[in-house]
Design a binder for this molecule. Structure first.
Ligand code: PRX
Length: 676
């Protein structure tokens, strides 16, 4: 970790010299209609009101039973929120809206092929479908509260329907991003202990109908090798009654959901009142070492946090048409396509495919057709759309009131394009900084309260108290623009509860680094380590500088370099592998791979084999930009691969002093190879 930290701190130091940006006030029109215009919200969420302040978020929900303890911090860092309370997430996203909103669109699904009709589900229709699927999961698949089920699904309505059906029963869903490979899915099935896999036959992406069911067969094999048997595979079909996959159906294991559902037509399933602390879902994410970790999110605290932040930061109101372009297979989709917006009775739009299919105007056409007024996406997509057609938005008659950027730092220049061209100079922008682990936003401007500053996420959201530490645990003086490790001083209800099945990893990864006293039961001694470098400007706005660990943020998605390296090592010819982040004008970062080979190996096929192995292990999203076959890795005298040196070479940066390496001459050899 320390080795890569150097890399990021040097970036951080460069960043300090970035100029301060001009700020943009939100428009009077936006403020006039906003959910939260009162700056006193920060007083209500002040540190001395902690943790009771979070009742304000919890009160946005409907509870079966209230809590007796808002925060039980007696077993740090395992925080328990709303202890004693009971709640059901599915009830809060569906049933409770029927009185007022049953004929209102809950979800609008836009298929990628433009000649296929949009599908709208009203809250009443969503209610019917969630109930029928819940009945099937309970009575056909035998699932009950506390069981885990893996959902390997693309961006189709069946995904939120299945999630809400699980939540209705208290079944813990683990959604695996549809683009992940069979192997990645299988590892997550095994780790979560899922006996049921929900998948789909195929889906559209980039103009092609992709095979998907075949991945489940591979995934089940991988899971079986790790000791986890999958008894049932429930297959949704892209077209009802028509199987579009080539993969065989395994008798007694694989079932078409649309067939089985015929037995459950009209069934109703009472939502199960769950303890606030019961896990709602697992979301796997990459870390510094080892396999991906299953971040376990709670029901009550998580729901309160996403409802509160959706209302005040996203400014979602029931008559908004809200479109978040993320994939539900990532945390953004869980919190800000499904649970947050639906808990507020919004209309949430889901799009199946890529935003430039069949052309760069697609996103703006969807916005125009559906009257989207809140838009949410990542810098990667913004950069891509800008490159594809910089004037595109002006040709479409839509009007956003609010826009979000999330997942990676946004360059001020790209921000300004987003503001002036996509938002037509009228929409308020929030740059929301957070993580899979945090459940919801940590930093962002409050859109009707704070001015926007391009390239900065903004101050912390209500109730969040960041602190920046240096490597030795000293607090970096506030507001001086000095970079360090950004941590959060206090627990908050959206924070994940643990790493599934690995309490030690939860403590060591997130809390050990800056814990002041391991025996302390005072939460103040347990700051949460985010793994990001950041600096705070004089105005209290934070600028996020990127990861300080071995995580590469590719197009806003987290990939562990160790996972990619281990895929490289699956190629028999590869002796050693090192993966470093390469700056990319569209995706932010992409992996660059260096491999050295076993003696007497023929290197000709190695590059292709490495790429294939990475796609098999993780998925296309991890595909490297280059695979360099090098004579040897630059190493310290103790034999550690100097990834920092390779990253500097990849990015054309100064490699610094390498004379102390065990093999300094290899550095210039590699540099010549890479830089020509
Ligand atoms: O490095 C930060 C970056 O994305 C990481 C979290 O990735 P993930 O868990 O996949 O969640 C993505 C969706 C929240 C963070 O550690 N990141 C996230 N949002 C921003 C960001 N970097 C800069 N600015 C942001 N707004």
């Amino acid at each position: 970790m320390a080795e890569n930290l150097n890399l990021d701190v040097s970036e951080a130091q460069i960043a300090v010299h970035w100029q301060e940006e001009q700020v943009f006030p939100p428009s009077a029109q936006f403020i006039a209609q906003a959910n939260m215009t009162d700056p006193r919200i920060f007083e209500r969420f002040s540190e001395d009101k902690f943790p009771e302040c979070y009742k304000e978020y919890a009160d946005l929900l409907t509870w079966y039973r209230y809590w007796h303890t808002t925060l039980d911090a007696s077993d740090p860092p395992f925080w328990k929120w709303f202890l004693g309370a009971e709640i059901n997430a599915s009830y809060n996203c569906v049933d409770r809206h029927l009185d007022k909103y049953k004929n209102k669109a809950a979800l609008i699904w836009v298929p990628e092929p433009e000649d296929e009709p949009h599908v709208t589900l009203t809250y009443q229709e969503l209610y019917v479908r969630v109930n029928e699927v819940a009945a099937l999961l309970r009575d056909f698949a035998g699932l009950k509260a506390g069981d885990r089920v893996t959902l390997h699904l693309p961006m189709v309505l069946e995904l939120p329907i299945t999630m809400l059906a699980c939540a209705r029963l208290g079944v813990i869903h683990s959604v695996v991003f549809g683009g992940f490979s069979a192997k990645a899915c299988g590892e997550r099935i095994a780790d979560s202990g899922s006996e049921v896999l929900v998948t789909m036959d195929g889906y559209y992406r980039g103009g092609k109908l992709l095979e998907h069911k075949a991945k489940s067969d591979g995934a089940i094999e991988v899971a079986a090798k790790e000791g986890q048997t999958v008894d049932k595979v429930l297959i949704w079909r892209r077209y009802r009654g028509k199987y579009v996959s080539q993969a065989p159906i395994v008798e007694g294991r694989d079932y078409f959901v649309d067939d089985v559902l015929r037995d459950y037509v009209g069934e109703r399933v009472d939502p199960v009142p769950m303890p606030a602390e019961a896990p709602l879902f697992l979301m796997y994410t990459s870390g510094t070492t080892g396999s991906p970790k299953g971040c376990q999110h709670s029901t009550g605290g998580y729901m309160a946090y996403v409802a509160g932040t959706s209302k005040y930061v996203q400014d979602i109101q029931p008559d908004d048409v809200y479109w978040c372009m993320a994939d539900i297979g990532w945390i953004t989709g869980h919190s800000y396509i499904v649970y947050g917006p639906l808990s507020l009775a919004a209309t949430s739009v889901m799009y199946e495919g890529v935003p430039t299919c069949p052309d760069a105007g697609r996103a703006w056409r969807i916005a125009e057709q559906l009257s989207v007024d809140i838009f949410h996406t990542a810098p990667t997509t913004i950069r891509m759309l800008r490159k594809a057609d910089p004037d595109g938005p002006s040709r479409y008659d839509y009007q956003f009131k609010h826009m979000t950027t999330v997942g990676e730092p946004i360059e001020p220049e790209v921000w300004r394009w987003y503001y002036y061209v996509v938002g037509k100079g009228k929409a308020a922008i929030v740059d929301t900084w957070w993580q899979t682990e945090t459940g919801g936003f940590l930093c962002s401007t409050m859109p009707a309260i704070h001015p926007m500053k391009p390239g900065s996420t903004g101050p912390a959201v209500p109730g969040i108290y960041p602190v920046i530490y240096d490597e030795d645990g000293n607090e970096v003086e506030r507001g001086h623009g000095r970079a360090g490790n950004i941590c959060i001083r206090n627990p908050w209800p959206g924070a994940f509860q643990t790493v599934w099945g690995d309490r030690d990893r939860y403590v060591s990864t997130y809390y050990a680094k800056y814990c002041k006293d391991r025996n302390s039961t005072d939460w103040r001694d347990w700051p949460y380590f985010t793994g990001d470098a950041a600096m705070e400007a004089a105005d209290g706005y934070y600028r996020i500088l990127g990861r300080v660990d071995d995580v590469i943020n590719v197009a806003g998605h987290r990939l562990g370099t160790k996972e990619i390296e281990s895929a490289c090592l699956d190629v028999p010819e590869v002796a050693e592998a090192a993966v470093v982040p390469l700056a990319d004008p569209i995706k932010g970062r992409v992996p660059d791979v260096y491999v050295s080979l076993q003696p007497d190996c023929d290197p000709t096929q190695v590059r292709a084999a490495v790429v294939r192995s990475i796609e098999i292990s993780i998925g296309k999203i991890a595909r490297p930009k280059h695979v360099y076959v090098v004579p040897d890795m630059p190493k310290t005298r103790s034999g550690k691969i100097m990834r920092r040196v390779l990253a500097a070479i990849s990015n054309g940066r100064d490699i610094g002093d390498v004379t102390t390496l065990a093999n300094p001459s290899v550095v210039s050899e590699i540099r010549d190879m890479v830089q020509g």
